[in-house]
Design a protein around this ligand. Structure first.
Ligand code: DX5
Ligand code: ZN
Length: 218
């Protein structure tokens, strides 16, 4: 699958002015919404009520990244709220295939995320059940961390497996994506790029999105 998407993460946006912040990224393909529960990761953000409101006002589709324990219980409600793409962590899901099917049955794309130390190989047989694999390129929990180059071989193995399968599974990368690192992730086979600080940490988020897009294609 060709590269397509720059998904800014609102983790780096101004949480008091979320609606205005969403309007600043009209050039994005989707908005990445990080849900953290202070159990699966050592940080706490927002939950379903806030995400459901964001879904109502956002000019671009929502890409929810659930960094939560027990996604089997909580994730389907995000799909029901109209979130276009719902990603749960492989490390946290008890029954990833059943969960992915529940997400798809509710009209969402199903994504599965892997932390940097989680191997991709045990999950490759599940590709037909997924719309997206999220290869974390930092340890999940916080924005503004440095891209981990050790994740590049895994991105490549995931992309090779997807290409070999012929399935339309997107490969998302998340964490430390900048104009400097995005080319390496794209070259390894990533197709969807999450960027928090590299978009919202700048004066003009839409210009930052355009620069990232150009750097990914280089
Ligand atoms: C980190 C989150 C990321 C975060 C990325 O756990 O999943 O989505 O917002 O932020 P940057 O792009 O600043 O690394
Ligand atoms: Zn994320």
């Amino acid at each position: 699958m060709a590269q397509c998407c720059i998904n800014p993460s609102i983790l780096s946006a101004d949480f008091v002015n979320l609606e205005a912040e969403l309007r600043r990224i009209g050039g994005a393909d989707a908005v990445h919404v990080d849900v953290m529960d202070n159990h699966f990761v050592p940080n706490l953000t927002i939950g379903l009520p806030v995400v459901a409101r964001i879904q109502k006002v956002s000019p671009v589709p929502l890409d929810a990244h659930l960094m939560i324990a027990d996604p089997d219980r909580w994730a389907p409600a995000y799909a029901e709220a109209g979130v276009a793409s719902v990603t749960f962590h492989a490390e946290a899901a008890a029954a990833p295939v059943r969960l992915a099917r529940e997400l798809r049955a509710r009209g969402a794309k199903a994504g599965m995320a892997l932390k940097p130390a989680t191997a991709i190989e045990p999950y490759l047989d599940l590709l037909p059940e997924m719309d997206m694999l999220l290869i974390m390129t930092v340890e999940p929990g916080f924005g503004g961390q440095a891209f981990l180059d050790v994740t590049l071989p895994k991105i490549r193995r995931a992309a090779d497996a997807v290409a070999g399968s012929g399935l339309p599974v997107a490969i998302q990368v998340d964490g430390g994506i900048t104009e400097e690192t995005i080319g390496r992730a794209a070259e390894a086979g990533a197709t969807v790029f999450v960027a928090g600080s590299a978009v919202y940490g700048t004066e003009d988020p839409n210009e930052a999105i355009a620069r990232l897009r150009a750097a990914a294609a280089r």
